[in-house]
Design a protein around this ligand. Structure first.
Ligand SMILES: [Zn+2]
Ligand SMILES: [Zn+2]
Length: 648
């Protein structure tokens, strides 16, 4: 008999040689129907692999990331078979599962493949799936494996096998198809009920441009037709919400090849939006006891050698700036923290002065590879809503809670409701990896967990995920499409206070080290605006909208009245503009809808006479006619419903 430990901690006895599928059946028939892959002692196994030792077993279904991986990995075998059937002589190379679906890199030789061929490949794949073929692993010797692919005339697989150790090589068979594979498959092909080929692209063998060019065929598959339909709808919606597209349409930001890749240029409307976000946070921070500071974009190389950032970013980032003075070198700042440490060092502090909270919208520069750059989410220059809190170890608890309060205030004012937090702790088995005393780590970790609990956060704890210098709390938001984004972060730091020799005089008259907290509720202005755009589809909360209302005149005759309405809106601090173009009202309304301006105020003869406006709301329609005063009241109420005052 063997003892199998299940994820809930329960231990069950089975006969030696029991398979994961049989374990699933012993739990419930429902689970057995849904289980698609398994891990035994943290190693991927087949659901049909006989288990011969005691160990812990995890069973995965479609709802688990591991389950999807097995599903898509298996689907890539099926696609490879379909391709070989339809394109005799096509040579297979590698075909992994990816975040959404799978791909296979294929050498099609003289044959060409395009989107027009997708349908017949999909049809063949479904035909194979319906055959309900088991995926079966078998061990082969290196010689057998080489012989197999030499006979197939496939130099790619031969090269892969040459790099493998004899005795570790396995093949996977299903139907008439065989592939070199390490394992992790569905029980059989029949669970693949829906398939879709997504695209083809060029790819070099092993990513090296000196090697032959292959064709990468991307696909995705699902256990239900309905899942595929939903996925395609989500893709459509995601395209509409792509922040790069919306940023262009709403005239928020642009990039210039001349200025340089990854260096965003904020257009007037985008800059105004950013300014509103900054002012919003500055106001709350002031209440929370932060002091604004300003520091330069560069610093002496020595500064970053002291902070350790040079060791981390030096080689792979922007190189030092030289001056006419021999040996003098400056770096574009990759982080604001070293500057803030020196601001702290400017004063002599006693425990009564702490905490000190220095805040700055500080722009930093990091050299991201050009292939990694993506709109505003991955850039080479960005502005952090940065702040550093210097406090005594005893103040850590309350400071942490205050930062969480501020972060939650930011999220609620911007309509982020669906978010989670991740608490990252050190690995207790590997304490030597981390700087700082046991006592301080315990204090900080407890402070974070207590704060997360007390503030009612929906959080998960990840052991071993802390930075070497301290534990942290990250906020992740989900957008309307269920995609996860990392935003704000709060990090405890025991390292920089040491490196910069930061001190304060304690109540015992001795000098002590303060603890440092790095925090940024937005993360960076660039990333935050990108996430906000994708989350809201450009329909920001009213208080943040570049324009809150647009006045649409029925004809040029009402230009004067339009201007009068505009003036009174401005007196109410409502951001508005007038569309006096000689166009039909229908066209003006459509224009305003595309610009996502929340309120349209239509004015004509009747309105001019009665001193009213006819109000239309974006995406909702007619709200009827009202006086300008009434409209201003409506706006104020809507703004106040999301943008509350920050209470300390
Ligand atoms: Zn496989
Ligand atoms: Zn920092």
């Amino acid at each position: 008999m063997i003892k199998i430990t299940l994820p809930d901690g329960s231990i069950k006895e089975f006969e030696n040689g029991t398979t994961p599928m049989e374990v699933a059946k012993s739990i419930s028939e429902g689970l057995a129907r849904n289980v698609i892959s398994a891990k035994f002692n943290n190693t991927v196994v087949e659901t049909s692999t006989p288990l011969n030792t005691d160990g812990s077993l995890t069973l995965y279904t479609w709802n688990d990331a591991e389950g999807k991986k097995a599903f898509w990995h298996s689907s890539s075998h099926v696609m490879a078979q379909a391709i070989q059937d339809l394109y005799p002589g096509a040579k297979l190379t590698i075909g992994p599962a990816i975040e959404n679906g799978f791909y296979y890199d294929v050498d099609f030789g003289d044959q060409k493949i395009s989107e027009n061929d997708f349908k017949k490949i999909e049809d063949r794949m479904l035909e194979i799936s319906r055959g309900k073929h088991d995926f079966q692993m078998r061990e082969v010797s290196k010689q057998e494996a080489l012989d197999f692919y030499k006979k197939e005339n496939n130099p790619f697989k031969v090269e892969l096998i040459e790099n493998l150790e004899d005795g570790t090589i396995t093949f996977c068979d299903h139907d008439t198809f065989t592939d070199l594979c390490r394992g992790g498959h569905l029980p059989n092909t029949s669970v693949i009920k829906a398939v879709k080929l997504m695209s083809v692209a060029g790819a070099y063998w092993r990513g090296n441009e000196k090697n032959p060019q292959l064709t990468r065929v991307y696909g995705i598959s699902f256990p239900k037709q309905k899942d595929l339909k939903e996925y395609l709808e989500m893709l459509e919606e995601a395209k509409k919400r792509d922040h790069r597209k919306l940023g262009r349409e709403l005239e928020l930001f642009t990039f210039s090849q001349k200025v340089g890749q990854g260096l965003p240029l904020w257009l007037p409307k985008g800059a105004a939006l950013r300014e509103r976000l900054e002012n919003f946070l500055k106001k709350a921070q002031k209440k929370a006891g932060y002091e604004m500071v300003v520091t330069p974009h560069i610093g002496q190389k020595e500064l970053y050698v002291t902070s350790g950032h040079y060791a981390k970013y030096g080689e792979d980032s922007f190189q030092p700036i030289k001056t006419p003075n021999e040996g003098e070198e400056f770096l574009l700042k990759p982080m604001n923290c070293p500057h803030h440490c020196e601001i702290y060092n400017h004063g002599h502090w006693s425990y009564k002065d702490l905490p000190k909270r220095f805040a700055e919208f500080g722009t930093v520069y990091r050299y991201e590879q050009s292939g990694e750059l993506h709109g505003l989410t991955r850039v080479r220059g960005f502005t952090q809503d940065d702040a550093h809190i210097f406090c005594t170890p005893d103040q850590l608890d309350s400071e942490f809670k205050k930062v969480i309060d501020l972060t939650l205030y930011v999220f609620s004012s911007l309509g982020f409701e669906d978010f989670t937090a991740q608490v990252s702790l050190r690995d207790p088995e590997n304490k030597e990896k981390y700087i700082g005393s046991d006592e301080n780590w315990d204090k900080a970790e407890n402070a974070i967990i207590n704060a997360a609990k007390e503030k009612g956060l929906n959080y998960i704890v990840e052991t071993g995920e802390a930075a070497f210098y301290g534990p942290k709390l990250d906020f992740m938001v989900k957008d309307a499409l269920g995609r996860q984004w990392q935003l704000g972060t709060i990090q405890v730091d025991y390292n920089l206070p040491e490196r910069f020799d930061l001190t304060y005089k304690g109540s015992d008259n001795e000098m002590h080290r303060p603890v440092m907290i790095h925090r940024a509720p937005f993360g960076s202005m660039e990333r935050f605006v990108a996430v906000l755009l994708e989350n809201t589809g450009g329909n920001f909360p009213l208080w943040l909208m570049p324009e809150q209302a647009i006045i649409l005149s029925l004809s040029e005759k009402y230009e004067k009245y339009s201007q009068k309405v505009l003036n009174s809106l401005e007196n109410h601090e409502i951001r508005a503009l007038v569309d006096n173009r000689n166009e039909t009202i229908g066209k003006k309304i459509r224009g305003a809808e595309v610009s996502k301006i929340p309120y349209m105020l239509i004015v004509g003869e009747q309105e001019a006479e009665n001193g009213t406006v006819s109000v239309r709301k974006h995406g909702e329609g007619d709200l009827g006619s009202m006086t300008v005063e009434e409209f201003a009241q409506l706006i104020k109420e809507e703004v106040n419903s999301t943008l509350k005052t920050f209470e300390v």
